[in-house]
Design a binder for this molecule. Structure first.
Ligand code: HEC
Length: 77
């Protein structure tokens, strides 16, 4: 699903690209029980300022359920 959603254009699991390393994202939110909801919302609506000045564009083609699955996947890394 991650590949299908074009996320890999800007994110890799352990290689720096435009967006933050997904492993770093997982580490940053470790122990934050609201992280899955927060990240699912951010995946669909986009945002900026957490990792730098480069914005994450909104991904409205990702359904709410898919965004939750993606967030859970990222947090499991
Ligand atoms: C055009 C490039 C681009 C694409 C495509 C993209 N991202 Fe991002 N993403 C970014 C950038 C840049 C950031 C850092 C935003 C910030 O600093 O707030 C980011 C941040 C994130 C974060 C961390 C959010 C936070 O608040 O800590 C997650 C999770 C994430 N992206 C998941 C995804 C997923 C899942 C997809 C595919 C559906 C995706 N991204 C597609 C560029 C992208």
């Amino acid at each position: 699903m991650f590949r299908k959603s074009k996320c890999l254009a800007c994110h890799a699991v352990d290689q720096k690209r435009l967006g933050p390393l997904l492993k770093e994202v997982a580490a940053k939110y470790q122990g934050d029980s609201s992280a899955a909801d927060k990240l699912a919302r951010k995946i669909r609506e986009g945002g900026v300022g957490v990792w730098g000045q480069l914005p994450m564009p909104p991904q409205p083609q990702v359904s709410e359920a898919d965004a939750k699955n993606l967030a859970a996947y990222i947090l499991s890394l």
